[in-house]
Design a protein around this ligand. Structure first.
Ligand SMILES: [Zn+2]
Length: 553
C-alpha cells in the first residue's frame, strides 16, 4: 500500500516533550509536575498560533495516559500512546472552540464527563481556541470545571487569553508559549529537510524563518509548499519569489546604504525592489526588524544572545554595528517607524518609502545635542588651554536670552585708544557669537598701520586664527572698531610673537581686558544661522559630516 502523503507539520509533529521546539520553559515544568505527581485539573496554554500549543497538549495527554504513566516520557508504543498520536483515543476528546459544533461537543462533554475513562487513567479534554466557545458552551463547561471528577483533566489552548472568562482562567494553571526564535526554526527545518532528503541552503531556511515570524507550523508548511513547487532542491530565490519576500542581502544593502549615507544607492535598491513587485509594506517591516536587531548589537553584549538569529545574520549585524552607534540607529529607527505606520494607507508607497529612506539617512547624520556638546568640548580643549574656555559652553550658546543691542553711546569726548576699541569689539563679538570670541582670547593688538589694525595670535594659539579669521567675525569686529575709533578700520590677523608676557593669563589681567569674559550684560542669543555660521560649529559639522536640524533652547 502506497504511503499516503502527510504534510510535514503532521509528519514531524513532536511526540515527546523534548521534541517540542523552543518551549522548554513549559515542557520542563510539565515534566517536573508529572514527575512529582503534582497535577492540576485544568491547564491553559497561551500563545500565538502554530507554536506548539496543541502538540504539547497531546504529548501531555499521552504522558498522563501511557500505560507507564503518568510519565514524563510516554512510551509511544502502547495502545494508549498510539491511539492518542493517531487521534482516535476514546479517552482524549479534542474540541475546537472555533468550530460550530463547539456547543454540541461541550454538551457531549457534560454528558459523558462523569463516566470513567475507557482505557487510560484519565479522561482528557483538549479544547482549542477556548475563548471562541459560545456563552452557552462556556457555562456548560464551567459547571464541570467547578467540580471536576478526579479522573478528568482539561487542557485549554488560546491565542487570546484576554477573551477567556475569568471564572475559567482562575481555575487553570496557565502556561505562556513563546514565538520560536529564528535560529531554532532554521535548525528544526534543517533536520526535517535532511530527513526528507531535500537540499536547501541556509539563506533559504533563514528566509523561511523570517517569513514565519516565530510560528513553527507556518515555517513547516512553507517548506512543504516549496518542496511541492521546487522539488528537492531549494534556494533562497525560490523562497523569496514564492512568498514575495525580499532577499536578506537586499535588506543588508539598504541598511548599508543608509549607514553610509548613500541616499542615491538606497533609492536605487528600493526602486529595483519595487520594480520587481516586492511588497513594500513587508519590506519596511523587515528593514525595521533589521535595524532593531542592529540596535541590540550596538548596545552591546547583553542583549545580543537574546536575538537568537542565524549565524550569517549575526555576522552581518556585527559588521554593520562597527560602522555606527546606538544613537544613530535609534534615530534611523524613528524615521523608518514613522513611515511604516503610514505606509499601509499611502497612495504611493514607493514615494513614502523614498522619503523615509532620505529621512533615515539624514537622521543618521544628526548629532544629538549631548553628542555635540561632548565633541565640541573635546574640540575646544584641544584648541585652547585657557581655563576661561570652559565657561563658554554650547549649552549657554543654545539657551541664552534674546539679542540685545549693546550700548549705543560711545563716550562723546574723545575717540577710544585702539586697545579700548579692540576690547569693546571683542566684547560685542562675544555677545553675538561667544564661540568666535573665545578664539580671540590671548590675542594682542600689534599696531595700527594706516587704517589696518593688526591683531596678533601667539604662535602657541596659531590654530585659533583659522577659526577666528572668518569674514563674518571680521565684519562684526570692524563695525565695533569703527564705532569706537570713529574711523574706518580694516582688521588683519597675524600669527607672531606678542611682545608682552605670555598670552592668555596676562591677557585676562591686562588693562585692555583682552580676553576677559563678557561682563554681566545680558548674554546674546544665538539663532540657528549664527549657530550654523560659527566657525567652531562649522568645523564640528565638517568633522562629523553633520547637518544642523534644529538648535534647541
Ligand atoms: Zn505508552
Amino acid at each position: 500500500m502506497a504511503q499516503q502523503y502527510q504534510v510535514l507539520a503532521r509528519k514531524w509533529r513532536p511526540q515527546q516533550f523534548d521534541d517540542v521546539v523552543g518551549q522548554e520553559h513549559v515542557t520542563t515544568t510539565l515534566k517536573n509536575a508529572i514527575g512529582q505527581n503534582r497535577l492540576a485539573h485544568a491547564y491553559l496554554f497561551v500563545g500565538p498560533r502554530g507554536i506548539g500549543k496543541t502538540s504539547t497538549a497531546r504529548i501531555f495527554a499521552k504522558a498522563l495516559n501511557c500505560v507507564k504513566g503518568p510519565t514524563a516520557t510516554p512510551c509511544d508504543k502502547c495502545d494508549n500512546c498510539l491511539e492518542i498520536t493517531e487521534g482516535r483515543s476514546l479517552d482524549v476528546l479534542e474540541i475546537d472552540g472555533a468550530s460550530n459544533n463547539g456547543v454540541e461537543q461541550v454538551r457531549e462533554l457534560r454528558d459523558t464527563v462523569r463516566y470513567a475513562p475507557a482505557r487510560g487513567k484519565f479522561k482528557i479534554y483538549i479544547i482549542d481556541e477556548v475563548h471562541m466557545l459560545t456563552t452557552q458552551a462556556f457555562n456548560a463547561l464551567l459547571k464541570t470545571l467547578e467540580e471536576p471528577p478526579a479522573h478528568v483533566k482539561f487542557i485549554f489552548a488560546t491565542t487570546e487569553p484576554q477573551k477567556v472568562l475569568p471564572t475559567i482562567l482562575s481555575r487553570c494553571q496557565r502556561f505562556d508559549l513563546r514565538r520560536i526564535p529564528a535560529n531554532l526554526i532554521v535548525k528544526h527545518l534543517k533536520e526535517i529537510a535532511k530527513k526528507e532528503k531535500v537540499a536547501i541552503d541556509d539563506d533559504a531556511l533563514a528566509a523561511i524563518a523570517r517569513g514565519a515570524e516565530g510560528g513553527l507550523r507556518d515555517a513547516e508548511s512553507t517548506l512543504d509548499q516549496l518542496i511541492a513547487f521546487c522539488g528537492n532542491k531549494i534556494a533562497e530565490a525560490d523562497v523569496l519569489s514564492v512568498f514575495g519576500l525580499v532577499a536578506h542581502d537586499r535588506i543588508a544593502a539598504l541598511t548599508d546604504a543608509v549607514l553610509d549615507g548613500q541616499t542615491t544607492k538606497a533609492l536605487q535598491v528600493l526602486k529595483d525592489l519595487d520594480d520587481a513587485g516586492k511588497d513594500l509594506q513587508r519590506l519596511a517591516t523587515d528593514l525595521l526588524d533589521h535595524f532593531r536587531n542592529l540596535l541590540v548589537v550596538t548596545l552591546g553584549a547583553e542583549g545580543v544572545a537574546s536575538l537568537q538569529l542565524p549565524e550569517s545574520e549575526m555576522e552581518l549585524l556585527a559588521a554593520q554595528a562597527k560602522r555606527t552607534d546606538s544613537d544613530a540607529v535609534l534615530r534611523i529607527i524613528d524615521a523608518l517607524a514613522a513611515a511604516e505606520g503610514r505606509l499601509r494607507y499611502a497612495l504611493s508607497k514607493r514615494v513614502l518609502f523614498e522619503i523615509a529612506l532620505v529621512k533615515a539617512v539624514k537622521a543618521r547624520d544628526m548629532v544629538g545635542i549631548d553628542g555635540l556638546l561632548k565633541k565640541l568640548n573635546e574640540l575646544k580643549s584641544g584648541l585652547q588651554s585657557s581655563p576661561r574656555m570652559g565657561d563658554v559652553s554650547i549649552a549657554k550658546v543654545a539657551s541664552v536670552a534674546p539679542p540685545t543691542r549693546i550700548r549705543e553711546a560711545t563716550p562723546a569726548n574723545s575717540p577710544a585708544t585702539i586697545e579700548e576699541a579692540w576690547a569693546y569689539a571683542l566684547e560685542h563679538l562675544g555677545k553675538v557669537t561667544p564661540l568666535a570670541k573665545s578664539y580671540l582670547v590671548g590675542t594682542r593688538v600689534f599696531g595700527l598701520k594706516g587704517n589696518v589694525l593688526v591683531v596678533r595670535f601667539d604662535p602657541e594659539f596659531a590654530d585659533r586664527k583659522e577659526f577666528a579669521d572668518h569674514p563674518r567675525n571680521i565684519e562684526i569686529l570692524q563695525a565695533s572698531l569703527k564705532e569706537k575709533l570713529r574711523m574706518d578700520v580694516a582688521l588683519k590677523f597675524e600669527v607672531g610673537e606678542v611682545s608682552t608676557a605670555p598670552a592668555p593669563k596676562a591677557a585676562a589681567a591686562s588693562p585692555a581686558k583682552l580676553g576677559a569674559p563678557a561682563k554681566a550684560t545680558p548674554p546674546a542669543k544665538m539663532n540657528v544661522d549664527d549657530f550654523k555660521n560659527d566657525p567652531l560649529i562649522k568645523k564640528a559639522l565638517e568633522i562629523f559630516k553633520g547637518t544642523i536640524v534644529e538648535v534647541r533652547k
